[in-house]
Design a protein around this ligand. Structure first.
Ligand code: ATP
Ligand code: MG
Length: 424
């Protein structure tokens, strides 16, 4: 049997890792500017946690979780999303007791879906959660933060914000009943998936991609008519901040989100540049979740970004700075029986010039083949060492990316010369 990776679980090759690091670094920097701190929690949790948090009748829990019994017979699941584990970790460690928290996390999530572009079975999210804050101010802050992030990444022209309010869970229960009544009377015109959802999770029907179902929904009861005054005010204040900050948005009354735990604000950042998997960031308010998981009541609001989709978008729009894929500044060419001297000189230079990234040629070979490697490495400068140079404590300095004659430099002057060259 040939050993292969699991379908929908990709390797991240060095070619792409620089873009991932650039994205992760940029997100972490922006989050830091808003005073969010990182939290880490396990990839495996009790299956029960996700059943209770995400909801028994959601696609995720019904058919997408990687669940198994461990050696003790406990049912465990690979996390399909981060909020549940984050809430569990915060509650268990007393982080939500009489205090507010602004947190973020990153890592792999697992869902047994049909793999396609932008949809994987192991994918990565960067999640952000704020706890202990009731008002629309924190919802707004999260949206300001994401808007700044898109700007920093230079993808702001390619994403649009959709928002909606789901009201309270009591509002939703009433709305659900009205929707079910309306749709039940027209059941035969619904697509198959929606017929099934009519019983299990009727609000998800609003999400249906089926044209006939969407047409049927045009005259269906509207969620907006069912939500209470407080939720309306909350939503209006959120919109007012977005208006004042000049962040454009679209109110999408059919935006309901796939997970059970949301209330009031929900939102998605969507792009048309990636085909069908266009949502790059999604979230909302989940005021009932902490209590639902056994903690003291504590409001929460958050979102998750899909890292793979953002990387696809960065590539698609060609906005990753050229310097990002570049990992070598200086290449040390060592010709002849001087490997020892070359390695020691390279390491001295690393001590003296900590910001210069140096690749030492290993494995010998002719001058010509080594210079070829130097060129391929992307380095701007090659340091050339042969027996003559070692004998006279000098080195050849060859500029690989500009028309400039090669220089012979005393080894004691190298650190100075290179530092000046690379800091200009
Ligand atoms: P979708 O509607 O695309 O299935 P979702 O509502 O299931 O998304 P969430 O659970 O809200 O997604 O997760 C937040 C983000 O994580 C999504 O907007 C998307 O960018 C990313 N994401 C979700 N599922 C996957 C997946 N299977 N592969 C890659 N990215 C994903
Ligand atoms: Mg999904």
């Amino acid at each position: 049997m040939k050993l292969q990776s699991i379908r929908g679980m990709n390797d991240l090759l060095p070619e792409q890792s620089a873009t991932w690091q650039y994205l992760e670094r940029t997100v972490a920097e922006v989050l830091g500017r808003y005073s969010y701190r990182e939290i880490r929690f396990p990839i495996l949790e009790q299956t029960e946690l996700f059943k209770r948090a995400v909801g028994e009748v959601t696609d995720i829990v019904e058919k997408e979780m990687y669940s198994f019994e461990d050696r003790n017979g406990d049912s465990l699941s690979l996390r399909p999303e981060g909020t549940a584990g984050c809430v569990r970790a915060c509650t268990e460690n007393g982080l939500l007791h009489n205090q507010t928290q602004r947190l973020w996390y990153t890592g792999p999530m697992f869902r047994h879906e049909r793999p396609q572009k932008g949809r994987l079975r192991q994918f990565h999210q960067i999640g952000v959660e704020a706890f202990g804050l009731n008002g629309p101010d924190i919802d707004s802050e999260l949206l300001l933060l994401t808007a700044r992030l898109w700007k920093t990444l230079k993808i702001d022209h390619a994403v649009t914000l959709q928002i909606n309010s789901l009201g309270t869970s009591a509002d939703r229960a009433q709305y659900r009943a009205a929707l079910v009544e309306y749709l039940s009377a027209r059941k035969d015109s619904l697509d198959e998936d929606s017929q099934r959802r009519l019983l299990s999770n009727p609000m998800r029907i609003l999400d249906s991609k089926n044209q006939d179902t969407q047409a049927l929904l045009n005259d269906a009861p509207k969620l907006a008519d069912f939500i209470d005054q407080e939720s309306r005010d909350h939503f209006q204040q959120l919109c007012a901040v977005l208006d004042a900050a000049k962040i454009s948005y679209e109110i999408n009354p059919r935006l309901v989100r796939g997970l059970d735990y949301y209330s009031k604000t929900v939102f998605e950042w969507v792009t048309t540049s990636l085909g069908a998997q266009g949502t790059v960031c999604a979230g909302g308010r989940y005021d009932g979740l902490v209590e639902q998981l056994g903690g003291k009541p504590c409001p929460g609001v958050g979102f998750a970004m899909g890292v793979e989709r953002l990387v696809l978008l960065l590539d698609e729009l060609a906005v990753v700075p050229d310097s990002i894929g570049q990992n070598v500044d200086l290449y040390i060419v060592a010709v002849g029986n001087i490997e020892l001297e070359a390695l020691v000189l390279a390491d001295d230079l690393r001590s003296q010039c900590p910001t210069i990234r140096i690749e030492s040629h290993c494995g010998g070979g002719s001058f010509k083949s080594q210079i070829k490697r130097a060129d391929k490495s992307g380095a701007a400068v090659a340091l050339i060492l042969g027996e003559d140079e070692v004998g006279s404590a000098t080195a050849g300095v060859k500029f690989l990316r500009e028309e400039k004659p090669q220089q012979t430099v005393a080894q004691i002057d190298l650190a100075n010369l290179l530092t000046n060259y690379f800091t200009d």
